[in-house]
Write a new protein. Structure first.
Lengths: 96, 486
């Protein structure tokens, strides 16, 4: 199924990947070609198939709600692009 | 004595135990080997010389104190998506180029506890997305058997490092074939364990319902030793299975007479005919060893597997890779005007083309209006594929297939067409979809290029797979050949 430019721009905005016009056209062609390969699944008879999201087929695992040692604040912030006073520093989230 | 870098774990371990060799000597020899061939092979993103020599000295003390196991003092590599405290963990991505992990993966911890020596981190396709290691953001790795060809991927660095004698073993990760296909291309042994057997804690997530960590080694016996060290329950991975781990070495050397091996016809359709001839000889060899071969096996849903994989894996990846936002860690685009622009520019410049392709694909498959047609449909077909394997394994101990439909291809050959690249994993993907076990073992050569065969078994069948693979290996001797790179 061929995607439109608008489709690609919409998906890119959903997953927050910036693109220029050339990127959009290249992705439009490549993704359309890949989506064509998925058409084969329409032939698969899945009426009455139960779902299995996890191949190990086990139920959720719980642990006791007790505190445990974790990474120090220093360790966590060591790879941060920008930090200030023990916090991550990011661009303004709220607009004026 | 052969060159130290060409030893297996078993051979080196015996010398260490008898004190005829120290881990420092062995590690020094391996670091020299890396210096000698790494310009050609490019299997490492990071080499940890000083750390390795420190760990080797500590291992020598353990050996002297009589506190040594089979991996104590053995130099290894880890794929660069396995977290290593204090050592860069890049996933071969610009996004994590400067990322120094604050913690160890479960497998890193277990190998350190066993006394293994870390030589460095193996190159890979960016975030494990690819089949040739050409998607590394840094440089492609080359096949030690022919430097003009790819080593496979995504664990191309680990497979090439083992084949070139740049480590005694390595660990890779396998989401759709990323251990087995490069093992086949580089003439080494590669195991994708049953989903849940090895902890994923500290493996940088790609597709969480498919990812598994496993060994790349020179021999099947070495594979059993490494698996023994990394297998077993870990509460930090909620999909890790709590069941006793068998002694894998115990299955080696047992006869395979009477074991039932099925040949599923769908895996042999459309493969390179020369690969087919290599596998035919392997089948005959197993029959000579007494295995009962049945060529009447069919798994009709096999031809849906590639589509199922390229819906499910990108869908999961699109969620897992949402964390790379330029705020918490990793690359951050400079000069952005606001938060959303910062995120979009960070992801635009931090991710390579294949990673972006898959995030977009997964986002599309999960988006409103397409979720049922793609993601839900793929989950249902996944169940069909699993059911077919379960039925077949009522009659067979293992299935034999090609690991990949072709021998190693040339660098650049499949880069322009993503779908052609994806087809390189068509024989390995069903194993991840079903969550079962698969091993690739060297099965011969085509004009000097290695060809692997894949043995597939039901969940937790690693002992039987190792038994068959070992019997075949010992009867053929392909594992004794070493790649010509100097």
């Amino acid at each position: 199924m061929p995607l439109s430019r608008e489709d690609v721009l919409h998906i890119a905005s959903l997953c927050r990947i910036g693109m220029d016009a050339d990127d959009v056209e290249r992705m439009r062609q490549q993704l359309s070609h890949i989506l064509d390969q998925f058409e084969v699944l329409k032939q698969a008879d899945t009426a009455g198939v139960s779902l299995s999201a996890n191949p190990s087929e086990r139920s959720s695992v719980f642990r006791d709600d007790v505190s445990r040692p974790s990474l120090s604040q220093e360790d966590v912030l060591r790879n941060a692009p920008q930090q200030q006073e023990g916090h991550l520093r990011v661009k303004a989230i709220l607009e004026d | 004595m052969p060159e130290l870098y060409s030893l297996t774990i078993g051979e080196a371990g015996a010398l260490l135990k008898k004190r005829e060799l120290s881990s420092v000597e062995l590690t020094t020899a391996l670091l020299q080997r890396i210096r000698a061939v790494e310009d050609k092979v490019k299997a490492y993103v990071t080499v940890t010389d000083e750390l390795a020599l420190r760990q080797a000295a500590a291992a020598d003390k353990r050996i002297a104190a009589g506190d040594a196991g089979p991996l104590t003092g053995i130099p290894m590599q880890l794929k660069d998506n396995l977290n290593t405290r204090g050592v860069r963990t890049t996933c071969s991505s610009r996004m994590l180029e400067q990322f120094v992990s604050p913690y160890d993966a479960c497998v890193t911890e277990r190998l350190a506890a066993a006394g293994a020596v870390l030589l460095g981190k193996g190159n890979m396709d960016e975030f494990a997305m690819g089949s040739s290691t050409e998607n590394s953001a840094f440089f492609p790795t080359r096949n030690p058997w022919d430097l003009q060809r790819v080593p496979g991927g995504s664990s191309g660095g680990p497979a090439a490092a083992v084949a070139a004698g740049e480590c005694l073993f390595s660990l890779g990760s396998d989401t759709g074939g990323s251990i087995r296909q490069p093992a086949s291309f580089c003439g080494v042994v590669g195991l994708k364990p049953t989903y849940g057997l090895v902890s994923r804690y500290g493996l940088v997530a790609f597709a969480s319902s498919l990812d598994q960590v496993g060994p790349l080694t020179k021999t099947v016996a070495d594979c059993a030793v490494v698996l023994q060290a990394i297998a077993g329950h870990d509460a930090r991975d909620s999909t890790s299975v709590a069941r006793p781990v068998p002694g894998y070495a115990a299955s080696l050397g047992k006869p395979i007479a009477g074991m039932r091996i099925g040949i599923p016809r769908e895996y042999f359709q459309g493969i390179d005919p020369h690969v087919g001839q290599v596998l035919e000889r392997a089948i005959q060899k197993l029959a000579q060893l007494g295995a009962v071969i049945d060529r009447g096996v069919s798994l009709p849903s096999t031809h849906y597997a590639l589509a199922v994989y390229y819906i499910l894996a990108p869908s999961e990846a699109s969620a897992n890779l949402a964390r790379y936002d330029g705020a918490k860690y990793g690359f951050a685009a400079p000069d952005a005007k606001d938060m959303w622009d910062a995120m979009e520019q960070t992801r635009r410049h931090g991710f390579g083309p294949e990673v972006k392709r898959r995030i977009l694909l997964g986002t599309y498959a999960l988006s409103a209006g397409y979720y049922d047609a793609y993601y839900l449909k793929a989950l249902k077909v996944r169940a069909l594929i699993r059911q077919e394997f379960e039925l077949v394994f009522q009659r067979y101990d293992a299935l034999l297939t090609p690991t990949s439909p072709t021998p190693p291809f040339r660098l650049g050959e499949k880069l322009a067409d993503p779908v052609q690249m994806y087809l390189s994993d068509v024989d390995t993907i069903p194993v991840n979809i079903a969550g079962i076990a698969g091993i690739s073992v060297p099965a011969g050569f085509l004009e000097g290029l290695p060809v692997g065969m894949q043995l597939i078994g039901p969940a937790f069948s690693e002992p039987a797979l190792l038994q068959i693979a070992h019997a075949y290996e010992q009867a053929t001797g392909w594992h004794k050949l070493r790649a010509p790179v100097q």
